[in-house]
Design a binder for this molecule. Structure first.
Ligand SMILES: Nc1nc2c(ncn2[C@@H]2O[C@H](COP(=O)(O)OP(=O)(O)OP(=O)(O)O)[C@@H](O)[C@H]2O)c(=O)[nH]1
Ligand SMILES: [Mg+2]
Length: 234
């Protein structure tokens, strides 16, 4: 599927897991700590200056914000790990993020996990990545704010990430900057590929047909007098 990236609309925000409706289309979500640049990255992908609110104060996005992009949704998840919020607020956020990711009614085609390229990943970042790996969710990593690093700093960080991030060699990693636009086209292409792969997988699930679709005559032809199935090679 080719996505028309200039055709986005804000749909709605959810602050509580119980409000979240099932999804009727593939979704791509953006996860990362507060202030890492999720909203800025989404705006860049969508060719918009401020469709997703960019925060001057970290920890602003405390809701899941949905954007419609033709036949898919983008979901901007609340940023985690901001120190200056109350414990109950933190719990609410992790509930919301965890609940969203574990929601079997979502058609999650891709998680874009954002990590600030200037720093070692936080404990929360590592926990997120381990969660994505353990639950076999399709994900890539965008290393944000790449414009803020000099070439040598960048090389040093890339070497360090290889040790700091679990399974680093197996993960697709895209350096990204909302300022220079680096990584924008690559992320768009990866998103399109993920949605295509997701749709092909969904179609594949119906093939071969589930047992209910097998005509009755065919089933009885392969059962013995007690009604047990007989393997075909007998
Ligand atoms: N230099 C530079 N600054 C960036 C980049 N991306 C985001 N910023 C800045 O970082 C700050 C946070 O950006 P946001 O996009 O609001 O981050 P967020 O992850 O959505 O933050 P929350 O909604 O609070 O979780 C803002 O001041 C942005 O201008 C980037 O690629 N380069
Ligand atoms: Mg935000």
């Amino acid at each position: 599927m080719n996505i028309n990236w200039s055709n986005a609309k804000f749909v709605t925000s959810f602050g509580k897991l119980s409000q979240l409706p099932p999804s009727d289309r593939p979704e791509i979500c953006f996860s990362g700590r507060s202030n890492v640049g999720k909203s800025s990255l989404i705006n860049k992908l969508l060719n918009r200056k401020s469709l997703a609110r960019v925060s001057s104060v970290p920890g602003k996005t405390v809701t899941i914000n949905f954007y419609e992009l033709g036949d898919i949704y983008l979901a901007d998840l609340p940023g985690y790990g901001y120190a200056k919020v109350s414990k109950s607020e933190k719990l609410g956020w992790s509930d919301l993020i965890g609940g969203y990711l574990a929601d079997g009614r979502r058609q999650l085609a891709l998680v874009v996990q954002l990590i600030d390229m200037r720093h070692a990943p936080s404990k929360d970042d590592i926990q997120m990545i381990n969660y994505l790996i353990d639950n076999e969710l399709p994900f890539i990593i965008a290393l944000t704010k790449s414009d803020k690093l000099k070439k040598t700093e960048r090389e040093a960080r890339m070497k360090a990430f290889a040790h700091e991030i679990p399974c680093f060699e197996d993960i697709t990693v895209v350096p990204f900057s909302a300022v220079t636009g680096e990584g924008t086209e690559e992320l768009r292409a990866l998103a399109e590929e993920a949605v295509r792969g997701f749709e092909a997988y969904e179609e594949d699930e119906d093939f071969p047909p589930p047992p209910d679709d097998i005509p009755e005559a065919e089933i009885t032809a392969h059962t013995d007098e007690n009604g047990f199935l007989i393997p075909r090679n007998r």
